[in-house]
Design a protein. Structure first.
Length: 91
């Protein structure tokens, strides 16, 4: 991010690094009939979090006892991903 002032204001903190992380994405679209009647789309996206992402999503409040696992407070996963498969059929 170029400016982090709005993030700092919204989170009431002075700690928010400008580096969100690295984004890796790949998509593929297949049209078996060479028309728009059948379209198969496949996609995958991943984020390797940087320090700014960790600053934004770290937990600074005390967790509710016996509600969730409390040992993960303030930790962010090292690799976030999503995938999709979509089939579009048009008549």
């Amino acid at each position: 991010m170029v400016e982090t002032d709005t993030i700092k204001t919204a989170l009431l903190t002075d700690k928010a690094d400008a580096e969100i992380g690295g984004d890796l994405s790949l998509g593929f679209q297949y049209r078996p009939l060479l028309t728009d009647n059948v379209i198969i789309s496949v996609g995958f996206g991943a984020l390797i979090p940087g320090q700014g992402f960790r600053d934004i999503y770290q937990t600074s409040t005390r967790p509710v006892p016996n509600f969730q696992r409390t040992d993960l407070r303030g930790q962010v996963d090292d690799f976030l991903y999503s995938a999709l498969v979509a089939i579009t059929l048009t008549y």
